[in-house]
Design a protein around this ligand. Sequence first.
Ligand SMILES: [Fe+2]
Length: 257
Amino acid sequence: MGYIKSAALEETGYVVLDRYNKEIDPKEWLDIEYVDWKSSGDTRFAPLASRDGEIECAGFWSGKNPRTDKDGIWIDSQTALAPTLTERALEPGANVGRCRIIELQPNTYADCLYNLHQDDNNRLNPDGTGWVVRGFFNLTDDKDSYFVLRENRTDPSKETRIALPAGAQLIVDTQRLWHAATHPGNDPRYCLITSWTSGPELDAYIEKYNGVNHVDSYEVPQDQLDAGQAEQTRRLAARAAALAARGQAEQTVMSEA
Ligand SMILES: [Fe+2]
């Protein structure tokens, strides 16, 4: 049967929407409660909606009510402090799974390439229902930062880099595209990430805000791109070697048992 997906995301796996142009009080993301949760770099997360309505970041497929990344439970103590962000997550009218703010400490392009990953947001998603994608609303005005998207983790030829000024809004099929952010500078970056279920509501929202599935990549000098790619290759090889060594060690233990 297959999943219900957005036609707008079919070709490239992402859409960039019109920029959000209203001011939001930074207290909405600074005064809420964060939990340490390492994901794609030095990060913390502040959930607004989570698996059980608790301030935690567990996968929806685990716990007492395992499910795909849908039907997130809003956390009143958090949404009370972040009413505009909550409103923005609810605006499409699509089902919301997890909804949380990421705090990302500064990093480099090489770090970002090493951090590239695909999400697992459709695990347990019933066939014939809406595919879960993620909305990213950049909150801080990170003029030198950009989101990196790749169809293939190690192939730079089709990389797209999306600028992340305050108000940048994009929707990404994060289970399809490898993704992570490059964030130079001194201060953390804050971004609202919401899991939405694809369907007519989300399609109407993409249309309303003039979603485009091609943008010019954020400009980075070629030598910097090449250096980052070389470093990704080096780090991935080092990690593979470390895992292989550990695998060998584990095998030795198993064979002794
Ligand atoms: Fe992700």
